[in-house]
Design a protein around this ligand. Sequence first.
Ligand code: KIV
Length: 292
Amino acid sequence: MSVESKPKNVTASTFLKKKQNNEKITMLTAYDCSTAKYFDEAGVDSILVGDSLGMVVLGYDSTQHVTMQDMQIFTAAVSRGAKRCMVVADMPFMSYHASIEEAVKNAGELIRSGAFAVKLEGATSHILSVVKRCVESGIPVVGHLGFTPQYLNVLGGYKVQGKTAENTKFILNQALELQKAGAFAVVLEMVPEECAKLITEKLYIPTIGIGAGRYTDGQVLVADDILGKYSEFKPKFARRYADLKSEILSAGEKYVSDVTTGVFPNENEVFHLSEEENKALEEMIKNEFGCN
Ligand code: KIV
């Protein structure tokens, strides 16, 4: 599919229309300009500048170390590459909890960095107020329920959420509250597909699943998982579409071998003086040093 034939400027209403027409929404994370450009050209509806960058780009062991400054830099890079699709930026850990004012200010900074919308985790009464105030201020918001990585320590590890009827009802109520507060989509992470299906049926805004089964309105995966670049851990729900780790390893090994054996650089990869300048240089060396 050529870039020209793809829908332009994906917005919240594009998401809603897709849900109404039973068309799946596609979202992938990206953290740099060129990956964003290629995913945009490949036709994804949305790129999430996820705070997963803390782990897959910055090498931390959780998303809790990511700062507003990190998110601003990576959001700006992605938005320079993504011309057509919607860029959503994660609000990092503790950037929206201290006060509503600080949350709205930080959300505004991410929009200024190039995001179309921000994503935040949970649905406590504070979070619902933040969502409401952001939307009132003109900042579109995506919610995030189920497994919420910023609450890792409270949740006690990477665990599937909503595993009982009671928990499913709890997450459904959270999703309904987020919808009421003005979120235009909700990410559901690591919940049983029965739970995600029920929530998807009960909401008029779209659900985007990650490890949430087949019935959500859309799917999101982490770029480094689908590209086979992040090798620390492969989640059960992630499908690998490329093996960049092997490609990078073999390119690195070949380069080391070519440099150490003198195969790189070759004649086509070097610059030369013109014949005239080369003669002048030889003459200069002879005159100044008495030798050639
Ligand atoms: O940070 C991230 O990549 C995310 C996805 C897991 C949805 O929030």
